[in-house]
Every structure is written in C-alpha cells, then in structure tokens.
Design a protein around this ligand. Structure first.
Ligand SMILES: [Zn+2]
Length: 74
C-alpha cells in the first residue's frame, strides 16, 4: 500500500526569476567618467548609477577630488 507521493505543489509552479521587462530599458545609460563613456545598464532601484562600474566611479571621484599631498610638512 505504498503509493508514490505526488510531487506537485512541492516547489510550486515554476516561476521565471528574470524580470520580464529587462528589455525595456529607459534608454540605457552612459558612463559619466571622462574617457570611458561606456554604455551600461543602470541598476534598477536604489540610486541611479552614473558610471558603468565601481572602478569608474572611484576613478571619477578621485578625478573630482584630487588628493592633496598629506606630506606638505616636508
Ligand atoms: Zn566607465
């Protein structure tokens, strides 16, 4: 009297995890760092990205905020 347990409902219906509107980007974005200008897909949610990567963001930040020499006592 052992009948196989029905597997339906164990994981629920298969749901696609990918967002359906991934192809409908606003218009894309372009890296704001001078010398890069690479188009990138801005992350959804949160603050809008200006740069294609964290590397460009830090490079642009350093360009905007040049580090003053700390050893000016010399
Ligand atoms: Zn970039």
């Amino acid at each position: 009297m052992s009948e196989p347990a029905p597997s339906e409902g164990r994981f629920g219906p298969v749901v696609a995890t990918a967002p359906t509107n991934v192809a409908t980007l606003p218009s894309g974005a372009i890296c704001a760092r001078e010398g890069c200008g690479k188009p990138f897909e801005p992350r959804r949610g949160g603050k809008p990205q200006k740069y294609c990567s964290a590397r460009c963001r830090s490079l642009a930040w350093e360009a905007l905020h040049p580090r003053i020499t700390l050893d000016r006592a010399r």
